[in-house]
Design a binder for this molecule. Structure first.
Ligand SMILES: *Cc1c(COP(=O)(O)O)cnc(C)c1O
Length: 355
């Protein structure tokens, strides 16, 4: 693989967005990273070029059969001006886990981190500075053969785009209402649930839409076979504090190995809290609530970091968790992780990478 990233600067820079109304995923920076793969030649021609629409043959495989993967991570501007990435190597390793399942060729993870660093450095002025804001980084790979036969593509594009994003909780951390999904399922063992691939998202939209119509933010997914064991919340991992223990579903091939999940587990353990990765049923959570032992529930993911869960609705049985208040662990995890990410707290875990 050629390691030299060619840079072609945009001749016309865009106007910067309104920093106070960024939202999520709407504004994109001036440049993007692109690298091609061709069978026999490998990954080649890494380049940073002006951000622009892609021109694709209508027969391009990804448009028909969805052979693709993606990632999401963030860059932060610290108060002292440093640019910090949060565990970028873990995202790139996860790309290869996803690639392996989706028959996409492996990438060089160190080089992919270098590509992110080079692009983010070039787009430094696009990193918002206000509390809670960041530059969202979206690497993705698409299959590009113009061919309608069903087989893995022989050509791919690895692309990285960037967008400044606003604070997820402009008014501070907020508990959310979650609908326990009893009709649709997200993944089954042997499927692609552990892979960050667009088809998992396409498959989840219907459930999310129906939950939204009922007034719920997201769904809590149960296992695809017995509809009994808890998997994830929307596109986040989930934790329950029951008595003195914090329980999160084990990684058994159907859920995503979240980097925020892993960070939360490590921090909780470092605080002397008993964290257990195991199967946990929805019955167990409801029973724990009725016996007064369910102290707290929260979801973890890059976008929101921590989402406290204030309510669960299972077939009309509604429980309110922690009086719809933000739990102690939720807020401590949120403050600690965002503090490390933005360089305000000491990075005792060695998670940040400075550009
Ligand atoms: C991305 C994602 C997560 C969260 O992973 P993080 O690395 O913490 O951002 C959880 N579940 C699904 C299905 C995801 O796609």
């Amino acid at each position: 693989m050629s390691k030299h990233i060619r840079i072609e600067k945009s001749k016309q820079l865009k106007e910067k967005p309104d920093w106070n109304a960024l939202g999520f995923g709407r504004n994109f920076t001036d440049h993007m990273f692109v690298m091609d793969y061709t069978e026999g030649k490998g990954w080649h021609d890494p380049r940073i070029i002006p951000y622009a629409p892609l021109s694709l043959d209508p027969a391009t495989m990804v448009l028909h059969y969805g052979q693709a993967i993606f990632e999401g991570l963030k860059a932060y501007k610290a108060m002292d001006g440093r640019i910090l990435l949060f565990r970028p190597g873990s995202n790139m390793e996860r790309i290869n886990v996803s690639n392996q399942r989706m028959c996409i060729p492996q990438i060089d993870t160190d080089f992919a981190v270098e590509a992110v660093k080079t692009l983010v450095k070039l787009e430094e002025e696009w990193i918002p500075k206000a509390e809670g804001t960041s530059l969202y980084i979206r690497p993705f790979i698409i299959s590009t053969d113009p061919f309608l036969g069903v087989r893995p593509s022989l050509t791919y594009k690895f692309i990285i785009i960037l967008c400044p994003v606003g604070a997820y909780y402009p008014e501070g951390l907020n508990p959310v209402k979650i609908y326990v999904e009893n009709k649709y399922v997200r993944a089954v063992k042997g499927g692609v649930g552990f892979s960050k691939t667009p088809c998992n998202y396409a498959a989840s939209l219907k459930a999310q839409m129906e939950a939204n119509e009922k007034g719920y933010t997201q769904v809590l997914w149960l296992d695809g076979i017995e509809r009994k064991y808890i998997e994830e919340v929307g596109t986040s991992n989930v934790f329950f504090k029951i008595g003195d223990e914090v329980i999160t579903p084990a990684l058994e091939g159907t859920i995503l190995k979240g980097i925020t999940r892993d960070s939360a587990i490590r921090l909780l353990k470092s605080w002397g809290i008993n964290v257990i990765e195991r199967r946990i049923s929805i019955d167990e959570v409801f029973k724990a609530h009725y016996s007064g032992k369910l102290a707290e529930a929260f979801a973890t993911g890059t976008a929101a970091v921590i989402s406290p869960i204030g309510e669960l609705n299972r077939n009309g049985n509604i429980i309110t968790i922690n009086d719809f208040e933000i739990g102690g662990l939720s807020s401590r995890l949120y403050e600690t992780i965002t503090g490390i990410q933005s360089g305000q707290l000491e990075d005792v875990m060695n998670w940040t990478v400075q550009i």
